[in-house]
Design a binder for this molecule. Structure first.
Ligand code: FRU
Length: 496
């Protein structure tokens, strides 16, 4: 049996065996096994397609396949057969991340083939770029001419073992690809290539070089035009912590600037973190028929414990809620995708509720909910809410006026989550500087069993966390050290 068929049969046979305790209800996930990065996220044949790094056989990372789901509205996902398996000499140790492009009704995937060398010499590993094509968006054929970009196509200063995650796009009649790379000086860089045919590519130069000042390897680049800016998104490994920024071991940043493809020049005016929570990595974006730029990310972080794996639940990893991107006042805003509103049921709302101390409200609780809050801080210094509360469990979201920050605390979420960064830094707390608007804090909070996503001040900042409360930990409680007024509170269950 081919590796692809084997993986498909395995998924069918094992999908009902996973432990569903922490499984999410309205986020994209695989049926069984491990997932990481979103791949080939695209709008194709009037549907959204999402591929992802996939190891169906265990809840740990392993030889990478591409899993596949599709959706009409980015909330309800339909599982499709595994799209790519590592079955060729040029991708033998993994079909790593990549992107998609539609050409004349056909769907093309450009992805990285991972090739391990001698285990004693990691520098003998190789990464090359390949293309697969599909007429129906489900069955893919790898091109005969793969790899289309090989070690020989690298500039002298690029390490052949770190050359991955191509972002393919078209401008005029030319295809371009931006690919993550590592310089001989061990820092990260983004390389630019162009092609007329997809089968042979010409090296154009370095678009961005971190010079060992901005992280190591730059993973999963994305590039698009949004309003009047050229945006690059990338995930730098081991970016050094800078105050409240880059507190996770690996980060994800966006740049707003101006791209000159022909001269391989990218000038940026802003570089900043995309999500200030714990679990957000390697996002990809697409443009749909409504002209929206939509982002989705892996809602996890490398080199951390993952409770569903530790507890042998048979799965690990989920995607964030898709977010629409907008540039407002020179900053990138992220808004929860509009379609989630179609799944709101059982509304509960309150107006002008005074809080001083602790307060819970009838009907305001749950593990699969959206909360929309408009809080007037009045004279309070510290105020916020506890969600997923029960016995000694809680996840806390609050504002501290002295610090001028929103703070997310998952220290009592239900499971101890540890990672390499834990030793150096408060492992359970993340903070983001936020200014009140007319003394108000606006939040939209999405809770989905084992995830919390907090959209702050209409998408100006976002914080994302995985959490692992018991099924009974579903209380929500407001708190404040002085008077606040919850001017508007809307709560819905989200039921896809
Ligand atoms: C990012 C990443 C990519 C790579 C893939 C392998 O999370 O490390 O650079 O292609 O995961 O699964």
């Amino acid at each position: 049996m081919s590796k692809l068929s084997k993986s498909r049969v395995y998924v069918e046979k094992n999908k009902d065996k996973v432990n569903s305790e922490f499984r999410l209800g309205y986020h994209a996930m695989a049926e069984v096994g491990w997932i990481n990065d979103p791949n080939g996220f695209c709008w194709y044949n009037r549907e959204y397609h999402l591929f992802f790094q996939y190891h169906p056989y265990s809840s740990e990372w392993g030889p990478m396949h591409w899993g596949h789901v599709k959706s009409k509205d980015l909330i309800k996902w339909e599982h499709l057969p595994v799209a790519l398996a590592p079955d060729m000499y040029y991708d033998a140790q993994g079909c790593f991340s990549g992107s998609a492009i539609e050409i004349d009704g056909k769907l093309y995937l450009m992805y990285t083939g991972n090739l391990n060398g001698d285990p004693e010499y990691p520098e003998s590993n190789r990464q090359v770029q390949n293309i697969a094509m599909s007429e129906d968006g489900i069955e893919f054929k790898k091109l005969k001419n793969n790899p289309v970009l090989d070690t020989k196509d690298l500039p002298d200063h690029a390490l052949p073992q770190d050359f991955r995650d191509p972002k393919i796009f078209k401008q005029g009649d030319t295809f371009y690809s931006i690919i993550g790379s590592r310089h001989l000086d061990t820092s990260g860089q983004l390389l630019l290539y162009k092609s007329k045919t997809l089968e042979s590519w010409e090296y154009l130069g370095v678009l961005f070089h971190s010079q060992n000042k901005f992280g190591k390897m730059l993973e999963c680049p994305d590039f698009f035009k949004l309003q009047d800016k050229d945006v690059i998104i990338m995930s730098p490994q081991y970016l050094e912590r800078d105050g409240d920024r880059y507190s996770n071991l690996h980060s994800c940043v966006y740049m707003l600037g101006k791209m000159d493809l022909e001269n391989c020049k990218y000038d940026y005016e802003i570089i900043d973190q995309l999500d200030f929570g714990f679990d957000f990595y390697a996002p990809q974006t697409l443009a749909d028929d409504k002209g929206r730029r939509i982002l989705i990310a892996w809602m996890q972080m490398w080199e951390r414990s993952m409770p569903t794996n530790d507890k042998s639940h048979g799965w690990a990893g989920a995607m964030t809620l898709p977010r629409e991107l907008k540039i407002i006042d020179g900053k990138l805003y992220q808004l929860p995708i509009e379609e989630v509103k179609n799944y709101r049921v059982n509304p509960v709302s309150y107006q002008n509720v005074k809080v001083n101390g602790d307060l819970s409200l009838k009907g305001v609780e749950g593990q699969s909910v959206e909360l929309e809050l408009d809080i007037d801080a009045l004279n309070a210094n510290t105020f916020g809410l506890k969600v997923l509360m029960g016995e000694d469990q809680q996840t806390v979201i609050y504002y501290d006026r002295t610090e001028g920050k929103v703070i997310l605390d998952r220290s009592k979420n239900g499971e101890d989550i540890t990672g390499r960064e834990s030793l150096e830094f408060n492992k359970d707390i993340r903070k983001v500087p936020v200014a009140l608007m007319d003394n108000k804090l606006k939040l939209r909070i999405f809770i989905d069993r084992s995830s919390v996503e907090v959209f702050i001040q209409e998408g100006e900042r976002v914080m994302t966390a995985t959490v692992y409360p018991k099924a009974y930990s579903k209380a929500i409680e407001f708190f404040s050290d002085d008077n606040i007024s919850v001017c508007n509170l809307n709560k819905w269950e989200i039921k896809p």
